[in-house]
Design a protein around this ligand. Structure first.
Ligand SMILES: Nc1ncnc2c1ncn2[C@@H]1O[C@H](COP(=O)(O)OP(=O)(O)OP(=O)(O)O)[C@@H](O)[C@H]1O
Ligand SMILES: [Mg+2]
Length: 288
């Protein structure tokens, strides 16, 4: 065990975890130019959780999501998703089991909104077109967009609408697991709040497990049941947000207890959640 594990927030659904990662090494390059991104990393994500992965830029968060999707093979170690090796998800199987909102390249620009959402359904070559269309329209409504948007092209949408359509495509096949990479990046605070509300609704309605990467502390505190912190090439701590902010590590101090972090924590404190006891004592923490 190489992460400090704080007590789990609440009992989870029975059955195997949604994701189990053991002894994961990711090494890029070869010879003298090789470098390790992950070294002996462990992480378990239970079903029904909203787990947020945080870490500095380049710490391997996106690579880890890609490994969970079976798109990238670890150098060493095991990645098990919904009870099976991630590599076995396969391209078509993946859309049915894991919905993904990538950090870059959200939509196919040459396809209409409807065709974007319908894409994973069409790839099955098993459903009649009318059913595909109805399902895509249902998902469009589910993400708060009107049917009129269906025939528009991605270039004619706002940033927030693009994220919504990408989310509709990710959940087109009702996957039990949803992964989001910086899904609120590039949105203004209002757009980001709205997308957060939408994610909360989708999580509740579909009862899925969410794994997300975000630098946005408002999103993190609003949605996460648990946070996993990636630093020193490992997951150094996992736990509910209010507990993780207490963990003494330079990255956590900078990330959560800087100006942005205090702003994001303030509403939690107003709602009566006990504030992290040492949050204001920033200078003394830096003595270590
Ligand atoms: N296919 C690849 N070949 C070589 N290096 C790679 C490859 N994919 C990722 N890397 C490197 O691995 C490291 C981790 O990349 P990753 O994209 O996972 O970072 P990240 O934590 O998602 O960062 P950010 O917060 O900026 O998105 C980076 O140094 C990146 O350059
Ligand atoms: Mg990334």
């Amino acid at each position: 065990m190489n992460a400090a594990v704080l007590p789990p927030p609440s009992p989870r659904a029975a059955g195997e975890p949604a994701v189990e990662i053991h002894g994961l090494w990711t090494v890029f390059g070869s010879g003298a130019k090789s470098f390790a991104v992950h070294e002996d990393l462990d992480l378990t994500i239970e079903r029904g959780e909203v787990l947020t992965l945080v870490g500095g830029s380049g710490t391997g968060k996106t690579v880890l999501l890609r490994q969970m999707l079976g798109l990238q093979t670890p150098t060493r170690g095991t990645v098990t998703v919904l009870g099976e090796p991630a590599a076995r998800l396969g391209r078509k199987g993946a859309a049915a089991r894991v919905g993904m909102l990538f950090q870059q390249g959200a939509l196919f620009s040459a396809f209409s909104v409807l065709d974007n959402i319908a894409f994973p359904l069409r790839e099955l070559h098993a459903l009649p077109d009318e059913l595909i269309r109805e399902t895509a329209l249902l998902k469009l409504r589910m993400v708060g967009l009107k049917a009129e948007v269906a025939d528009r092209m991605p270039a004619d949408l706002s940033g927030g609408m693009i994220k919504r359509v990408a989310l509709a495509r990710a959940i087109a096949m009702d996957p039990p697991l949803l992964m989001l990479d910086e899904s609120t990046a590039g949105l203004d605070p209002q757009g980001s709040d709205e997308f957060c509300d939408l994610l909360r609704e989708v999580h509740r309605e579909l009862g899925l497990t969410v794994v997300m990467v975000t630098h946005d502390l408002d999103t993190l505190f609003a949605l996460s049941t648990r946070v996993a912190v990636l630093a020193e090439k490992k997951v150094i701590v996992t736990g509910p947000p209010a507990e993780v902010v207490e963990f003494d590590h330079p990255f956590i101090r900078t990330f959560f207890l800087g100006e942005r972090g205090r702003r994001a924590l303030a509403p939690l404190q107003d709602e009566g959640t006990p504030p992290p006891a040492k949050a204001p004592a920033l200078p003394s923490r830096e003595a270590s």
